[in-house]
Write a protein that binds this ligand. Structure first.
Ligand code: FES
Ligand SMILES: [Fe+2]
Length: 356
């Protein structure tokens, strides 16, 4: 079974569409294979429905409009209020729709950090609390929002893997001449998994301006955190006190595709470093990751013996351990999952048993 098929992943919140994009009208989004339409109600709050009109089944995201705080279907013009209830059937003027039994299917949604966050089932956890979001000393810089052809957990594993920096990021902040090998101070909390570390990085001319550090090399004090299943935060403090806190999201569209969303919180100003330049550097960094990550196969193997490992992969192994535990605890077919893992050589299960 492909890892993303486990129903437990429907029980988490994911950022989908920027609220600013929804101001222009309803938009479609596919989350874990479920087609949705998102729109804003009269108060500007996001609403999410299954992307299917209960009248004839057309996509509610096509040729629809928000009229008087209700979503108007593009086919026959029925309107649906934020609860999904039919509020108007234009072909039956003056007739009450109050008792109409067929509704649009509403899905959990809430606004946070400028995005509409959706959870397809009963939530197991809240939306991650990101440092600095409510701090007026920090600004939020939006960096990118685009589909990548990669499994969600490869993105999270990549955030927990600093060993790749020297090779993948030679065009930005890494260098092959100094493979990253540094002590990781692990963070293993109920809600978060990650580590703290310090390491030297290359500081090219464009980044020197973004950081206000006029030197060809500098040091990052980093705290990397991940929240199950698709959120990460790379919190970087530079020697001059600048904080660059990368908030990254991999929202699963399917087994092998995610919407990659990223913004940063920084304690400097537009005059210090224009947002456009800050975003441009991080986009170059992420494009370096994307090239390699998109070459990987669709699934994310849970068994540590499915792939080779090294000492610096410790956080990635802990991620697998958490995934196995989560799936076994919540999958209605946990026995089948256990049998499948046993068939794979028992090594994924041993990760859990050792931890228990
Ligand atoms: S299909 Fe939506 S109103 Fe008819
Ligand atoms: Fe990277």
């Amino acid at each position: 079974m492909l890892v993303m098929q486990h129903p437990v992943f429907r029980r988490f919140w994911y950022p989908t569409i920027a609220l600013s994009s929804l101001r222009d009208g309803p938009l479609p989004f596919t989350l874990l294979g479920q087609k949705l339409v998102l729109w804003l109600d009269a108060a500007g709050a996001p609403v999410a429905f299954h992307d299917k009109c209960p009248h004839r089944g057309v996509a509610l995201s096509v040729d629809s409009k928000v009229v008087d705080g209700a979503l108007r279907c593009g086919y026959h013009g029925w309107r649906f209020g934020p609860t999904g209830q039919v509020v108007e059937i234009p072909q039956q003027p003056g007739q009450s729709t109050a008792g109409h039994r067929r509704c649009a299917t509403k899905v959990n949604v809430q606004a946070r950090y400028g995005y509409a966050w959706v959870c397809l089932d009963e939530p197991l956890a809240g939306i991650p609390n990101l440092d600095h979001a409510a701090d007026p000393a920090f600004r939020q810089v939006f960096e990118f929002d685009e589909p990548w052809n990669v499994n969600m957990f490869r993105i999270i594993e990549n955030a927990l893997d600093i060993a790749h920096v020297s090779y993948v990021h030679g065009g930005t902040f890494g260098t092959e001449t100094k493979p990253v090998y540094t002590r990781l101070e692990m963070i293993d909390e109920p809600e978060t998994l990650g580590f703290r570390c310090n390491f030297g990085v290359v500081n090219p001319p464009d980044q020197q301006k973004n950081l206000g550090i006029a030197a060809g090399e500098t040091v990052r004090r980093q705290r990397i955190l991940t929240w199950m299943p698709g959120t990460f935060n790379i919190h970087i403090t530079y020697p001059n006190g600048l904080i660059h806190s990368i908030c990254g999201f991999a929202t699963p569209i399917s087994d092998s595709q995610v919407q990659r969303i990223q913004f940063v919180f920084r304690n400097d100003s537009e005059a210090d470093a224009p947002a456009e330049n800050v975003a441009a550097f991080d986009r170059r960094v992420q494009a370096e990751d994307k090239r390699l990550l998109e070459t990987m196969e669709a699934d994310f193997p849970l068994s540590p013996h499915a792939e080779a490992q090294m000492a610096m992969d410790r956080a990635g192994l802990m991620l697998r351990q958490r995934l196995v535990k989560l799936i076994l605890a919540h999958d209605p077919n946990a026995d089948l999952v256990r049998a499948e893992l046993e068939r794979d050589g028992d090594t994924a299960l041993r990760l859990v048993d050792v931890a228990a």
